[in-house]
Ligand binder design. Structure first.
Ligand code: ARG
Length: 567
């Protein structure tokens, strides 16, 4: 108990083994599906999937299995229709689901990942630049995937692969020494670094000599010049101080901040290994690994002047992480624009003979995000900063709360939870690969398909349970009505939803599932009296509300959105 698919899968597997056929309970469970129309049952088994194995026509199989399933516990009806076997669960099943959830507060979790390590490389901003909207996707998708894998029993390592190395630091150091000061940076933070970076570009347009100065400065940094290293460390510190504020607002922590710079001394060995394995070829002076057979452009390993590149660092980093963490998978969450980069260097590792690279390295891409229909491009200066977006969301929520719930305690805290939650939910609401648009009214609506709607429903269950006062025991004979049954059946789908979200690296499956739960809960809430219902209905409805609260709460945790006990 009480994942219905698992339950039916177990039964089916047993029936088949009576006939001497083998299908594992998991494989059998995967055959069941949810009919689009609930009139067709709570679950259905498309029997054509068994036709080959049983050497019979689907309608015959359906009819035969219907007889088998009929007497099984919790099944009200098993009906064969056109080669499908449709299952209807009885009320006892619905009550059993609720009881099961109440007995298992971490409902939906599993220990199937026990002993396995998952590395997640996400967020990874380029330091000395403010967090802009382009990094929202990787930050929240990565964090949610991390929560999901943990919930499934895996050990996770959240890695913030900071962009903290490269020629741009030569420019920054030069600019800092000429046009800025510690006081200015101390006072204005990243904004000052951004200002001098822009100034450098402007000045370099007029005087090309500056670019050479910057290269020299970076070279000095690479050689380990103490003064330059000190400045670079300071830039990093200033940047992290600011990112930390955003992460803490989002409730995100990392296990490692080993950024690009960490791998500089690990690259030579990796390059040497590629050379020994005869993978490197010269291409116009640069060293590349050809990927013609894979129909991809060559992967650039060394520039003409011998300096390393983005893929070189990623390759060295993957090798290091494999040794350090012995990961089962290392997952990289970035915008879809980087898909080729990952496909290329994953292949290079395979060619180096690392079989684990094939399934062990996973790129999880996502689409672009716009705000109110406007595409964001840094070239046009049209960048939305993540901090600004979050602050604006909190401000707007505060206004709504002031107007509607002026008596609420901890108003600011609630506004923060809901405002930030609205932004996060919005970013996780659609298939990640799709381009999405952030529309204020929709994201912040308490009625629509939004974060606030889910948080509001959660708070509704909490407040109901707070008000419930004295409770009585449950009457086992109680017959749940249709609204109650629809809701409990939906709750039973949570474990399977989490598993699919993990398999597809798709947190949106959870956000959309939560919206469906909320819709059913609110329908139930409006159509059924709860606190003033007669005793036995009252008790069951409170239990159902508590089970719903558990599911929504666990779902919000997985998305990385705060629970709100009161709105
Ligand atoms: N710093 C990069 C960027 O902002 C993202 C890094 C992604 N991770 C990686 N291992 N390449 O675009």
């Amino acid at each position: 108990m009480r994942d219905n698919k698992e339950y039916l899968g177990g039964l089916l597997s047993a029936f088949l083994s009576e006939k001497g056929l083998t299908l594992s309970p998991e494989e059998a469970a995967a055959l069941f599906e949810k009919p689009a129309d609930s009139k067709m049952g709570d679950l259905a088994l498309p029997c054509f999937r068994l036709a080959k194995m049983l050497r019979a026509a689907p309608p015959v199989i359906a009819a035969g299995l219907a007889e088998k399933f009929k007497g099984a516990e919790g099944i009200k009806k098993a009906e064969a229709v056109n080669g499908y076997l449709n299952f209807f669960f009885d009320a006892a099943n619905s009550m059993a689901i609720v009881q099961y959830i109440l007995d298992h507060p971490s409902f939906g979790s599993s220990d199937e990942g026990k002993g396995k390590v998952i590395c997640l490389d996400f967020s990874s901003p380029n330091i000395a630049k403010r967090f802009h909207l382009g990094h929202l996707g990787t930050t929240v998708i990565g964090n949610s995937l991390r929560n999901i894998f943990r919930f499934m029993g895996y050990e996770t390592v959240a890695i913030n692969y900071l962009g903290d190395w490269g020629t741009q630091f030569g420019k920054l150091i030069y600019a800092y020494l000429h046009w800025s000061s510690k006081e200015a940076v101390e006072q204005k933070g990243i904004d000052e670094l951004a200002r001098i970076y822009v100034k450098f570009s402007e000045e370099a347009e007029k005087d090309d000599g500056l670019n050479q100065e910057a290269r020299n400065a970076f070279h000095r940094l690479e050689e380990g010049d103490p003064e330059y290293l000190e400045i670079w460390k300071y830039f990093k510190e200033i940047s992290l101080r600011e990112y930390q504020k955003t992460y803490s607002l989002l409730g995100i922590t990392f296990d490692s901040y080993n950024g690009e710079s960490f791998y500089t001394d690990k690259m030579p060995a990796a390059v040497e290994e590629m050379r020994e394995k005869n993978l490197l070829e010269l291409d116009d002076g640069a060293s590349v690994v050809r990927l013609d057979e894979e129909k991809m452009p060559p992967c650039l390993i060394l520039k003409r002047d011998g300096s390393t590149l983005y893929p070189t660092r990623d390759i060295a980093a993957a090798l290091w992480r494999k040794k350090e963490y012995n990961f089962d998978k290392c997952i990289y969450v970035t915008s879809a624009g980087q898909s080729l980069h990952f496909a290329q260097w994953f292949k290079v590792l395979e060619k180096m003979g690392y079989a684990w690279a094939k399934d062990g390295l996973v790129h999880v891409p996502y689409g672009t995000m716009s705000v109110n229909g406007e595409k964001l491009a840094s070239r046009t200066g049209n960048v939305v900063l993540l901090d600004d977006l979050l602050a604006e969301a909190v401000r707007k929520c505060e206004k709504v709360i002031d107007e509607k719930h002026a008596d609420l305690q901890d108003r600011h805290e609630v506004a923060e939870a809901v405002g930030v939650g609205a932004v996060v939910f919005n970013a996780l609401a659609n298939s990640r690969i799709k381009d999405s648009d952030f529309v204020w009214e929709e994201a912040l609506s308490f009625e629509g398909n939004s974060g606030p709607y889910v948080q509001y429903t959660y708070a509704r269950t909490s407040s109901l349970l707070r008000k419930a006062g004295d409770r009585c025991g449950l009457n086992e004979e109680y017959k749940p009505n249709e609204e109650e049954t629809l809701l409990s059946n939906k709750l039973a789908e949570f474990p399977e939803t989490v598993r699919r979200a993990m398999k597809d690296y798709e947190p949106s499956l959870i956000s959309r599932y939560l919206l469906a739960v909320c819709a059913l809960y609110n329908q139930f809430y409006h159509n059924c009296r709860i606190l003033n219902a007669e005793e036995e209905a009252r008790e069951y409805r409170l239990r159902l509300s508590a089970a719903t609260r558990t599911v929504i709460g666990n779902g919000l945790d997985l998305l990385g959105i705060r629970r709100t006990e009161e709105i």
